[in-house]
Design a protein around this ligand. Structure first.
Ligand SMILES: [Fe+2]
Ligand SMILES: [Fe+2]
Length: 255
């Protein structure tokens, strides 16, 4: 049997955000990276699924690359609503120009990662331009056999709260994404961040996972329909591919 291929996912480190309850984002990301480094087997690659930088500054991206780079494995990044596309693109050497959406596909070996940028400059919520969905379709059609993870910042799932959905990916955008994914059976999962909370659902029959934040976690009040952020155990996800089977596992770190 083929060996397991491990893609680690780090999300929402928000480097540069002010400390909360005495906890700094840099300390949290360092703890997450240290925990990944202590795993018995090193991940094969890392995905950083957005909101790397609180203010979209070059120095915040340099710090992200320095900290995550300690793992010594390839880093693949996508933007969140706090990121600046052009600054992030330059820092990570992502193909494309300036502030164009960051959409790409990368062959990791047994696993393929296809990224679609869900950010809308100046907005918290996510969405996709029609040409981005066409690019996703083309990227998926280009390698229909290889098991694939589709990654985006805003996870295409309902949160159970209208106000939370309104700052995530609205139902129309989830349907648009589902229409593309439905035609590509090699898509094993769709992964995101943004919610600062582990959440799972399904889209077009595929699992959807929102990874925990590497900094603050969300505490929803479903009765009051409010969400607050608080300093708590940061974490990461591991997407483990063995043959055709993908298993997603989450680990949290007690600071
Ligand atoms: Fe975030
Ligand atoms: Fe976000």
């Amino acid at each position: 049997m083929s060996r397991a291929f491990v893609l680690a996912q780090i999300s929402d480190p928000h480097l540069g955000e002010r400390p909360r309850d005495g906890v700094k984002p840099k300390r949290c990301l360092r703890a997450v990276v240290d925990a990944l480094g202590r795993l018995p087997n090193r991940p094969d690659a890392v995905l950083v699924s957005g909101d790397l930088a609180e203010h979209g500054k070059a120095k915040e991206y340099r710090l992200a690359i320095e900290l995550v780079g300690r793992l010594g494995v390839p880093i693949h990044a996508l933007p969140g609503n706090h990121d600046d596309r052009a600054t992030m693109r330059a820092a990570f050497g992502i193909p494309g120009s300036g502030d164009a959406p960051i959409d790409y596909a990368v062959d990791l070996g047994p696993l393929r990662l296809v990224v679609i940028d869900s950010t809308i400059p100046g907005e918290i919520r996510g969405g996709f331009e029609p040409e981005q969905l066409a690019r996703l379709e083309a990227n998926l059609a280009a390698d229909p056999e290889r098991p694939t993870i589709v990654a985006t910042h805003h996870p295409p799932l309902p949160t159970g709260m209208a106000d939370w959905d309104a700052v995530n990916l609205p139902p129309s955008e989830r349907r648009a994404l589902a229409d593309v994914v439905a035609g590509h059976p090699q898509v094993k999962a769709i992964v995101g961040g943004h919610l600062h909370r582990v959440a799972a659902s399904a889209l077009a029959g595929r699992p959807v996972l929102a990874a925990p934040s590497a900094y603050l976690q969300a505490r929803p009040d479903f009765a009051a329909e409010t969400v607050s952020l608080y300093a708590s155990a940061p974490g990461f996800a591991l997407h483990v591919l063995r043959g055709e089977d993908l298993s997603t596992q989450v680990e949290v770190i007690h600071l």
